[in-house]
Design a protein around this ligand. Structure first.
Ligand SMILES: Cc1cc2nc3c(=O)[nH]c(=O)nc-3n(C[C@H](O)[C@H](O)[C@H](O)COP(=O)(O)O)c2cc1C
Length: 299
């Protein structure tokens, strides 16, 4: 049998009170195939079944509409808040922290996680470099102290930082090294862990030890954004991250993890990387399976 392309990525991991069979996580991906009423249907079942059978360690599902109005985006640029929800890093962080606390009240910290995109850029989101660092350092410190199951950091991704309409060069995002800057807020650096046991260090670093009985596992750190399986594997081997989150590679390879376990790689073309933007989102009247459940398996 061929050896795995990514043995560390393929190793088991505890997360909250779950044991995942591997660290290869499928990213949250809204595909808009639930026609006509936004209620999940047999095509959605087939799509997620394919990826579960294809070896995903954890599948982060897509956005669900609370109401049809939820599809309309208010102009964020015109939304300069001056109340308690905007302005300072503390105020900007407040909404996310309050939502996380409300979720923890219902589900407990072991079943709550979050994803942040500090580089921004999408839908006119963006802050100065110093505001960005202050806001996300504050936010992630607070969220980690709540002992959530996981936090995913998105690196700068070009398609999440599009050109401002009408401009040829301007983008709203703030590209910076998210893993180097915020990683240690969530997960102590490996050389620190060597000197202290994880539990002892985290007890000192985060005011979370009293929540330990609600979540037996330290908050897991994952990263997303243009990762290759080999890079993800190395980051896990180095102790920089616990898990890796992939979007495009799961979108076009329903059996992505199984391909890795068979020794396939993106360089050898065993793993598909070709995306069809036209079929990202479903369109009423078009067969919902096209570009959704019709990607072939290779294992
Ligand atoms: C079609 C499409 C839909 C997406 N929907 C969501 C979503 O609902 N929620 C979310 O957090 N990210 C969403 N994303 C972003 C991805 O989860 C991911 O963060 C990003 O594409 C980078 O992943 P990659 O570099 O591994 O491909 C979406 C991306 C695409 C292409």
């Amino acid at each position: 049998m061929a050896s795995s392309t990514a043995p560390h990525l393929s190793s088991t991991m505890s997360l909250g009170n779950l044991t995942l069979r591997n660290r290869n996580i499928m990213s949250s991906l809204t595909r808009s195939r639930s026609f006509p009423d936004a209620v999940p249907n047999e095509y959605n079942v087939e799509y997620y079944t394919q990826r579960a059978k294809g070896g995903a360690g954890l599948i982060l599902t897509e956005g669900t509409l609370v109401s049809q109005q939820g599809t309309e985006w208010p102009g964020a640029c015109s939304n300069q808040r001056t109340d308690e929800w905007g302005g300072s890093p503390e105020n900007r962080s407040k909404f996310g922290i309050e939502v996380t606390k409300a979720l923890i009240d219902v589900w407990g910290p072991a079943q709550v996680g979050g994803k942040v995109n500090p580089c921004g850029g999408l839908r006119d989101m963006g802050m100065s470099y110093s505001d960005t660092i202050m806001t996300y350092t504050y936010f992630l410190t607070q969220i980690s102290a709540l002992k959530v199951a996981y936090i995913t950091l998105i690196r700068h991704v070009h398609f999440l930082d599009p050109l401002i309409p009408g401009e040829t060069e301007l983008k709203r995002g703030t590209p910076h090294q998210v893993l180097a800057l915020y990683g240690p807020v969530v997960k102590p650096l490996p050389h620190v862990l060597k000197a202290h046991s994880e539990e002892a260090y985290r007890g000192l670093a985060m005011p979370s030890s009293e929540l330990g009985y609600l979540n037996p596992t330290p908050t897991r750190l994952s990263v997303n954004g243009g990762l290759t399986p080999r890079e993800a594997d190395q980051l896990i081997a180095d102790g920089m991250i616990d898990g890796a989150v992939f979007e495009s590679l799961w979108l076009v390879n329903p059996d992505y993890q199984k391909r890795l376990e068979k020794g396939m790689d993106i360089d050898g073309k065993g793993i598909n990387q070709v995306l069809d933007f036209k079929t990202f989102y479903g369109v009423p009247g078009v067969d919902p399976r096209v570009g959704y459940t019709d990607y072939p398996t290779a294992t």
